[in-house]
Ligand binder design. Structure first.
Ligand SMILES: C[C@@]1(CC(=O)O)c2cc3[nH]c(cc4nc(cc5[nH]c(cc(n2)[C@H]1CCC(=O)O)[C@@](C)(CC(=O)O)[C@@H]5CCC(=O)O)C(CC(=O)O)=C4CCC(=O)O)c(CCC(=O)O)c3CC(=O)O
Ligand SMILES: NC(=O)C1=CN([C@@H]2O[C@H](COP(=O)(O)OP(=O)(O)OC[C@H]3O[C@@H](n4cnc5c(N)ncnc54)[C@H](O)[C@@H]3O)[C@@H](O)[C@H]2O)C=CC1
Length: 307
């Protein structure tokens, strides 16, 4: 991965006077990762607007959510989810959470989230999670968060999260709206096309790692560059993928759309890339501003502290 693909060069050059082939380490960032929560138990405390956002994203990630909040204060979308979701997806307790004396124990959960209007209780939950080494987000106390949520955007398999490191969450949402407009319409199909090609390729050239793994990766990189986001959706078609593998992989060549008789759209490295300043869209960070980070790919967690 090149230096410029990791971090915006304007941001890094201003904070380092030493010339180095490697990016300088600028601390204060969070670790942007795509956290997998499928079938894992998560405790969500609170039932207002903030909890409603949390619940939506947790359900999309496939977590089993235990929600504790009195029915009287529930956001309408939460009521709707409780009534319509599978009982294994949401276990609902119509009551206040009692902190350390609560019958539910934070140590039984992979993650705990509080979104309550009770600051002292939020601290208590945080402390008990710390004691039990359970990852926690406390919506009203950023310094007590192991991770932050961010402004999110999801189009099928594409997932984007934007954070300002806690400084200006509304700005994150505004940047998200700019990014949304810059994403090509057929991005979902493009990802699905490439995903299908990767699967077919692995059937044709199975195995993990080694020289074959390197060869597969180099070939896939060449294919992505050659097809561009504008044409990749065509790879969803079975017959096209077969041609690409027969005429390309099997013969040690990187073939483009015209080689297999399709395409025609101008190759687009797309608006998103130009928006970000040139070829820097990766599952990582792009320091447009001091605290701004954009993570592309997976499920929304932004880890604050290593233990
Ligand atoms: C640290 C963090 C912890 C966390 O929640 O994980 C946090 C903390 C706090 N937010 C507060 C307020 C607001 N938050 C929003 C909106 C969002 N807040 C989100 C994330 C985060 N908020 C994390 C940092 C993210 C980052 O680094 O960028 C978003 C991105 C994602 C989400 O929450 O799902 C979501 C937009 C999603 C979308 O629109 O899609 C708005 C605007 C609005 O509601 O329209 C306001 C009012 C305007 C304002 O205050 O700026 C307050 C109360 C401050 C006070 O009392 O004055 C605190 C506590 C504090 O700062 O002390
Ligand atoms: N991180 C973020 O994005 C934002 C965070 N906040 C902060 O997050 C907190 C929650 O915000 P909102 O959802 O807007 O608040 P809200 O007041 O709409 O909802 C609070 C919810 O918590 C429930 N609750 C209170 N005590 C409880 C307890 N002991 N156990 C279980 N449930 C309990 C209430 O019944 C209600 O459903 C606030 O402290 C606010 O300052 C606010 C806006 C954005």
């Amino acid at each position: 991965m090149s230096t410029s693909s990791i971090r915006d060069t304007t941001a890094s050059s201003s904070s380092s006077t030493v010339t180095s082939p490697y990016p300088p380490i600028i601390k204060g960032a969070s670790l942007l990762i795509a956290y997998r929560l499928e079938n894992r138990p998560v405790l969500l405390i609170g039932g207002g607007a903030v909890a409603a956002g949390r619940l939506f994203f947790l359900l999309e990630s496939g977590a089993h959510v235990t929600l504790v909040s009195p029915r009287s204060g529930l956001d309408p979308s939460i009521l709707y989810r409780i009534e319509t979701s599978n009982t294994s997806d949401i276990t609902y307790h119509d009551r206040y959470f009692l902190g350390r004396s609560d019958p539910l124990n934070v140590s039984d959960y992979a993650m705990v989230l509080t979104a309550i209007d009770d600051n002292p209780l939020s601290y208590e939950v945080y402390e008990s999670c710390r004691d039990e080494r359970v990852t926690v987000n406390v919506a009203d106390v950023p310094p007590k968060c192991d991770f932050y949520f961010g402004a999110q955007l999801r189009q099928g398999p594409l997932q984007i999260m934007i954070s300002t490191g806690g400084m200006g969450p509304k700005i994150g949402a505004m940047v998200r709206d700019i990014v949304r407009k810059a994403i090509p319409d057929n991005i979902q199909e493009a990802i699905q096309g490439v995903g299908a090609l990767r699967t077919d390729l692995r059937k044709r050239a199975p195995g993990v790692g080694g020289d074959l793994g390197k060869k597969r990766m180099e070939w896939m990189i060449g294919i992505c560059d050659k097809w561009g986001l504008g044409d990749m959706a065509i790879l969803s078609k079975d017959d096209i993928r077969t041609k690409v593998l027969d005429q390309g992989w099997d013969k040690g060549k990187v073939v483009g759309p015209s080689d297999v008789g399709v395409g025609g759209k101008p190759k687009s490295s797309d608006g998103l890339v130009s928006l970000l300043g040139g070829g820097q869209v990766v599952a990582g960070a792009s320091g447009l501003l001091g605290g701004l980070a954009i993570g592309i790919v997976g499920t929304l967690i932004y880890l604050r502290h290593a233990r």
